[in-house]
Write a protein that binds this ligand. Structure first.
Ligand SMILES: Cc1cc2nc3c(=O)[nH]c(=O)nc-3n(C[C@H](O)[C@H](O)[C@H](O)COP(=O)(O)OP(=O)(O)OC[C@H]3O[C@@H](n4cnc5c(N)ncnc54)[C@H](O)[C@@H]3O)c2cc1C
Length: 436
């Protein structure tokens, strides 16, 4: 298996960008944002849209260097915490309004793509939740839950109907979430950054922030070559935040997940995936995949606490793909990569303002887990409204705080939980295989 030297398909297909503007010398801004992933970008965009343009965003690498430029490209409602748990934890009214924020975010992402002319290969095809197991009640329960408590109708797709979306015997049926779409995540991130800069805010890249400290009633944000003084500080470093704000780092675990892309398959791809939906399945350790505009299949899955080499990623994801589509055995894998997600113990985003420790008063947005495209937009809107308009943060987000994750012990527990869930998936599959 030969992999391209540049292992991310997204980087390989991103049009050339303008040279990075590093943060050099002394700067001032009303709002300083650390992190050029979707959380930082959505906050900056939310501020700009509210008329606050005196904003400086500082990113360690290039925009979208983290999870935001590496992900599966699914844009759909919901959070990493599943809706059944959200309902139990928040109660019906608050769960519904908190979920509705992500539906509004999906609409806002669409609107920003349109308004700023962001060319990000968006495909309107919905998201298909395919049932890996033979037990129909799994989908029935999910469909009822979404309709009764969250006010959304996920359409039933029976075994015969599946053929319009996927040609595999691996699934028994599916639910289609019609309002979802998929896109090239790095093109979206880069496009958003371009629109933010065009509106008058500053975007600095290749500028790792080495310290943040209180400075009078504002902040001093230092990089190797420069300093930004700002009134408000937003920290949005995702799973890549290290030794900058211990109170935030203690409260999240950086967890890796992986993606690969096949060679272009031409018309043949439609023999396997004739539909336009992005697909995932009902296991805890699910596959997620979609057809790219150039007829490749982008395939993702697995989580681990360690980063893996592209060759190893391609190897295990290819095995996963062949379990679903054995007919793809001759297909070459051209790209494979991983990315870090930040996870809180409660699996909900951590959006708020620190109330103790040396960084008291800093705003933060992190822990979007593996379901972060829409929730980072929710967070950006919430923080922008709080900073620019003094609005309270949404109650459903405030409820989830910053419980400790206990570092290495937490990572070991997360890995053990994942293996246990994988074993449970395998057991359920044995008890309830998809009907032949
Ligand atoms: C492989 C993969 C597949 C996924 N698939 C999906 C999907 O299909 N749909 C979905 O909804 N979600 C998906 N997710 C989750 C989603 O991508 C994330 O939840 C989301 O992108 C998190 O955004 P963020 O801004 O919090 O973090 P990031 O995108 O990781 O951004 C954080 C940024 O902060 C920067 N940074 C950190 N420290 C510093 C510092 N000291 N100075 C300056 N900058 C710093 C980093 O360089 C990084 O660019 C996936 C994630 C991964 C990894």
């Amino acid at each position: 298996m030969t992999l391209a030297a540049d292992d991310s398909y997204y980087l390989a297909t991103l049009p050339p960008r303008a040279a990075a503007v590093r943060m050099v010398g002394r700067h001032e801004a009303r709002v300083g944002i650390v992190g050029g992933g979707y959380a930082g970008l959505a906050t900056a965009m939310g501020l700009v849209e509210r008329g606050m343009r005196d904003v400086a965003l500082v990113e360690a690498g290039r925009i979208g260097h983290g999870a935001s430029g590496r992900n599966g490209g699914f844009v759909f409602g919901g959070y990493s915490l599943d809706c059944a748990d959200l309902l139990v934890q928040l109660g019906p009214a608050l769960a519904r309004s908190t979920y509705a924020l992500t539906r509004a975010a999906v609409a806002l992402i669409r609107e920003r793509i349109r308004r700023h002319g962001i060319e990000c290969d968006a495909v309107e095809g919905g998201a298909l939740l395919a049932n890996w197991f033979g037990d129909d009640r799994i989908l029935q329960r999910q469909q009822r839950l979404m309709a009764e408590y969250f006010g959304v109708h996920w359409q039933s797709v029976d075994r015969a109907g599946l053929a319009a979306h996927v040609r595999t015997r691996r699934y028994s049926a599916a639910l289609l979430e019609p309002d979802a779409f998929h896109f090239h995540p790095l093109k979206y991130a880069a496009g958003l950054a371009g629109a933010i800069a065009q509106a008058g805010a500053r975007v600095h890249e290749d500028s790792p922030v080495v310290s943040v400290a209180r400075d009078g009633c504002g902040w001093s944000v230092r990089t190797a070559e420069g300093e930004l003084r700002c009134e408000h500080l937003v920290v949005a470093g995702g799973g890549y935040l290290r030794t900058l704000v211990p109170a935030l780092e203690r409260a999240m675990l950086p967890i890796a997940t992986y993606v690969m892309a096949t060679e272009p398959l031409g018309e043949r791809v439609r023999e396997f995936i004739p539909g336009a939906a992005a697909i995932y399945d009902t296991r805890f350790a699910f596959d997620y995949y979609r057809v790219l505009p150039d007829t490749r299949i982008l395939w993702g899955g697995r989580i681990a606490v360690a980063q893996r080499t592209p060759a190893a990623i391609a190897e295990f994801l290819r095995r996963d793909m062949l379990r679903v589509y054995p007919g793809l055995a001759d297909v070459r894998i051209t790209h494979a990569w991983g990315g870090l997600m930040s996870y809180a113990r409660h699996k909900m985003p951590q959006v708020g303002r620190l109330t103790s420790g040396p960084a008291t008063g800093a705003w933060h947005a992190q822990s979007f887990g593996g379901h972060g495209v829409a929730p980072t937009t929710v967070a950006g809107e919430a923080l922008a409204a709080a900073i620019a308009e003094d609005r309270p943060l949404p109650e459903g987000l405030v409820r989830y705080g910053l419980p400790r994750t206990w570092g290495a012990a937490g990572l070991a527990a997360a890995q053990a939980t994942y293996w246990w869930a994988q074993a449970r998936d395998a057991w359920r599959e044995r008890c309830s295989p998809p009907a032949a």
